[in-house]
Design a protein around this ligand. Structure first.
Ligand code: KIV
Length: 263
C-alpha cells in the first residue's frame, strides 16, 4: 500500500510518482489494478463529470461523495481529496474542519491550491496530522482572475514568486506539490530546490512525478484538450462505435440473438 511518507521516499530514491484522477469506484478499481500509486479525487470532476465550464461550483458535499466512492473501492492506492473552491479560502478554522471531513471520508491527504495566502491553513492541517499536497502555477480555482486557463510563471518576477510559494508550502509541512502549466525550465528549478516531490501537469519532464485527468488520458473527454494532455487511448471513439452498432442491431432486430436470450 502506498502511504504519505512514500511520496518523499520516492523522491529520495529517484522514483517517479504516478498520479491520475478518479471519481468513482469502477475507474478507481481499474486505476489501482494498473498499479498507479496515487489517485486524486480532483475537483476537475466539475468539468469532466458535471459538464461545467470550470471547477468553481463544486461543493464539499460533492467532493466527499466522490472521495467515499474512490476510497471505498481501493486498498493500495494513496487517495487524495481535492478541496473545492471556498472550502479553505475563508479562514483557517473552516479549512481545518473541511480537511478533516476528507480524511473521515477515506482520503489519506488533501490538496489545496495556492501559495503564500494558504500557508496558515497548511500549517494548521499538518500540525494536527492532516497530510497536505500543495498546488501552484496555473491553479484552476483562480480562472476568473487569470481571465482563462493560461500558462503561469513566464515572467521572471512571477517565476520567483512561484518558487517562493513552493518553498513556503514545503516549510509549512506540505508533503508534495502539484505544478500546473508552468514552463519546464521553471519546474526543473523548483524540483531541484525542494526536498518534497513535485508532481507536474503541463510542467515538463523534470518533475518528480506526473498527474493527468483520467478522462483526458483515456481520450474520453475532448471538449477541450490542453497541449500537455497525451491521450493513451481513444475511448470516446470506441464508445461511439459500440453505441452506433448497438443502435443498428436493435433497429434491424439482430440484437438480441439466441445467445443473448433465455431459450
Ligand atoms: O482537479 C484536478 O483534477 C487537479 C489536477 C488536474 C491536478 O487539480
Amino acid at each position: 500500500m502506498m502511504t504519505v511518507p512514500d511520496l518523499q521516499r520516492y523522491k529520495r530514491e529517484g522514483r517517479k510518482v504516478v498520479m491520475v484522477t478518479a471519481y468513482d469506484a469502477l475507474f478507481a478499481r481499474i486505476v489501482e489494478q494498473a498499479g498507479i500509486d496515487t489517485i486524486l479525487v480532483g475537483d476537475s470532476l466539475g468539468v469532466v463529470v458535471q459538464g461545467k465550464l470550470n471547477t468553481l461550483s463544486v461543493t464539499m458535499g460533492q467532493m466527499l461523495y466522490h472521495t467515499r466512492l474512490v476510497a471505498g473501492a481501493t486498498q493500495k492506492s494513496l487517495v487524495i481529496g481535492d478541496m473545492p473552491f471556498m472550502s479553505y479560502q475563508a479562514g483557517k478554522e473552516e479549512a481545518l474542519r473541511n480537511a478533516g471531513r476528507f480524511l473521515k471520508a477515506g482520503a489519506h491527504a488533501v490538496k489545496l491550491e495556492g501559495g503564500s495566502a494558504i500557508i496558515d491553513c497548511v500549517e494548521a492541517m499538518t500540525q494536527v496530522g492532516i497530510p497536505v499536497i500543495g498546488h501552484v502555477g496555473m491553479t484552476p480555482q483562480s480562472v476568473s482572475q487569470y481571465g482563462g486557463y493560461r500558462v503561469q510563471g513566464k515572467e521572471q518576477q512571477h517565476a520567483t514568486q512561484l518558487v517562493a510559494d513552493a518553498k513556503a508550502l514545503e516549510q509549512a509541512g506540505a508533503q508534495a506539490i502539484v505544478l500546473e502549466a508552468i514552463p519546464a525550465s521553471l519546474a526543473k528549478v523548483m524540483t531541484e530546490q525542494l526536498t518534497i516531490p513535485t508532481i507536474g501537469i503541463g510542467a515538463g519532464p523534470h518533475c518528480d512525478g506526473q498527474v493527468l485527468v483520467l478522462y483526458d488520458l483515456l481520450g474520453l473527454f475532448d471538449d477541450f484538450v490542453p497541449k500537455f494532455v497525451k491521450p493513451y487511448a481513444h475511448l470516446k471513439v470506441d464508445a461511439l462505435q459500440a453505441l452506433h452498432r448497438y443502435k443498428e442491431e436493435v433497429e434491424q432486430g439482430t440484437f438480441p440473438s439466441d445467445s443473448e436470450s433465455y431459450l
